[in-house]
Write a protein that binds this ligand. Structure first.
Ligand code: ACO
Length: 363
């Protein structure tokens, strides 16, 4: 018997999301920095972003997305969850971990949890990490979450970065299955520190007063947009090709390609490189902006809620970003949504979805 034949299969059995209610349009942005709706929309595809206000936290959003994902999997609470992984790079508290706050809020009494800071590739890294625990049989059910609030860490005077981000959270449930029911087909993850300082978010904590002071860095996102563009266009096709090869599949077999929703122009450039038809490229950022670790599960949830992704579809997901880090996962969609369906109007009309996004996410 080979080692592999003793491993469990893994399926995704739940998906959920939360996005804050407050909307900032591109016109709103032009009150803060010298920019325009035309510049932002043509370079990024973003027209609006959702932002937290008041005391809304990364943990609050993670909890709301987690509850939505549990409901989609037909679970009343987190009683059966063994593992909680939260991908976030903008947590309000470094400790307690956001995962521990989620654990308490959903009643996942027996679970273990921890946070992972991998910025925009965090959701894919969390998925691959959880998968290892499930395959070996150490755990049976995992809750993975991406939750980020970049609007508290961008420099609101820097037009290069402040127009790009929105806040939000997305979550998924992964469950161990019999090997023959495996639906997470293959994955690849990688990091490269060589260009890590092209995209940074510094903390700004001083040294002990008895030693030499530390150089002060503003705790803001700094990005060399062109370098990041080049990096992404290079690594994403290779990562996707590697995961597909491991799964013994090709892009032709995929129903949808779900990239980190950084910006439409970037996604289109990659799709052109890989000859992916527009109809297979899932995009969902026009009304919410780049939500970092949350972008892939938010896009998946939206596609499930609107009937775009259905049972039996094959997908490849690819996250990429600061680190620099990237990873991809090939999966077959097996989940049957247990939530109350969105109203038919919501499934048809993009305008309706934009107007009611927060309220629909909570259904
Ligand atoms: N409004 C108006 N003008 C702007 C703005 C803005 N918001 N931001 C930059 N500009 C100006 C610049 O100052 C520059 O002006 P100059 O020529 O007078 O100096 C000009 O526009 C061109 O700037 P570039 O940085 O060259 O703009 P570019 O066409 O490369 O677009 C962008 C910038 C959209 C960031 C692009 O580089 C890109 O898509 N990069 C990929 C990285 C990315 O999407 N990161 C998201 C976060 S990280 C992640 O999710 C992985």
């Amino acid at each position: 018997m080979t080692i592999e034949s003793t491993l469990y299969g893994v399926q995704l059995t739940g998906i959920g999301a939360f996005i804050p209610e407050t909307i900032l349009t591109n016109d709103d942005m032009s009150q803060l920095v010298e920019t325009s709706d035309e510049w932002i929309a043509s370079r990024t595809g973003i027209r609006e972003r959702r932002v937290v206000s008041g005391d809304e936290s990364v943990a609050d959003m993670a909890i709301a997305a987690a509850k939505d994902a549990l409901a989609s999997a037909g679970m009343e609470d987190g009683h059966d969850i063994d593992l909680i992984l939260v991908a976030t790079s903008t947590a309000d508290t470094i400790y307690p971990a956001v995962a521990c706050q989620v654990q308490e809020a959903i009643g996942a009494k027996k679970a273990a949890g921890f946070d992972m800071a991998l910025a925009c590739s965090g959701f894919v890294f969390a998925s691959v990490t959880a998968e290892q625990f499930l395959r070996t049989g150490m755990f049976k059910k995992a809750l993975i979450i991406g939750s980020d609030i970049h609007t508290r860490v961008v420099d609101w005077a820097d037009r290069n970065t402040c127009v790009l981000f929105g806040d939000g959270a997305g979550a998924a449930i992964l469950e161990a299955t019999q090997p023959e029911a495996n639906a997470l087909l293959a994955n690849t993850i990688q990091t490269d520190g060589a260009k890590g300082f092209e995209l940074t978010l510094n903390t700004n904590t001083p040294n002990c007063p008895l030693v030499a002071p530390r150089t002060e860095h503003l705790p803001h996102v700094k990005m060399n947009g062109r370098e990041i563009f080049k990096f992404v266009v290079n690594v994403v096709p290779t990562s996707i090709a590697a995961s597909l090869a491991k799964a013994g599949l090709t892009l032709h077999d995929m129903d949808f390609v779900v990239l980190h929703q950084a910006n439409t122009r970037l996604m289109t450039a990659m799709a052109e490189r890989m000859n992916i038809p527009e109809s297979k490229l899932l995009t969902h950022l026009e009304g919410i902006g780049n939500t970092s670790a949350a972008s892939i599960p938010i896009a998946l949830n939206h596609a499930v809620r609107t009937g775009t992704i259905q049972k039996g579809h094959k997908l490849v997901l690819c996250g990429f970003g600061a680190g620099l880090a990237w990873g991809s996962t090939v999966l077959e969609w097996t989940m049957v949504d247990q939530r109350t369906p969105w109203p038919a109007t919501a499934q048809k009309s993009a305008a309706y979805l934009r107007e009611h996004a927060a309220e629909l996410a909570a259904v």
